[in-house]
Every structure is written in C-alpha cells, then in structure tokens.
Design a protein. Structure first.
Length: 105
C-alpha cells in the first residue's frame, strides 16, 4: 500500500474575512456599494469572506458600535485590526489599501 507524502508545513486554514456593509435603505448608491464589495471579495477573497449588510433605517442602533457617520460604509471586523472604508467602493486600489490587502504607495 502506497502512502502519500505530506508537505513540510501543515496547511494553514484560510482566514475568514468578516465585513459589514452599512447602508440606508435600498438606494442605487447602496446597491452599487454592495455589488462592488461582492465583486471585490469574489476576485480577492474567494471563499474566505462573509458580508453582513446592515440597513440603518431598520437597525439604527447598530451605527453607534462601529461609529458609522456616513453611508455606505464597509467595516472589516476580522481579521484585526478593524478597518473602515467610506463610499461606493468603485476605486479598487482604494479598497485594497483600505482593507489592508495592499500597502499604500
């Protein structure tokens, strides 16, 4: 019976990215932000992310916890440290830097 050789280092489990998208109702701006975030996650974090959409019209008390002052806003809860990005997320470079996937420069 043959056995497979294992690699030298055990495979590390992928980090799960927990993202919150704060919006105010279903508006073209909030829909654009969600579509851009989903597209970004599919191309850069495939299978390693969870997006929670929080409508502040329905749950305004949640704005205080993440100090939401403008919408749409994305908050990266995990991995730490917490990061925040404002706007519709159409600038991919800004999103990469904002979520700490690429250094500013």
């Amino acid at each position: 019976m043959k056995t497979k050789k294992s690699s030298a280092s055990p495979r590390q489990p992928a980090k799960l990215w927990q993202l919150r998208l704060y919006v105010m109702d279903t508006t073209p701006k909030s829909e654009t932000a969600f579509a851009n975030l989903k597209k970004f996650c599919e191309s850069h974090l495939k299978g390693r992310y969870r997006i929670t959409v929080i409508d502040l019209l329905k749950r305004p008390h949640l704005a205080k916890g993440d100090q939401i002052l403008a919408i749409p806003t994305v908050v990266r809860k995990l991995p730490k440290p917490v990061r925040t990005i404002l706007g519709n997320l159409s600038d991919t470079e800004r999103v990469l830097v904002g979520l700490d996937l690429r250094p500013a420069g």
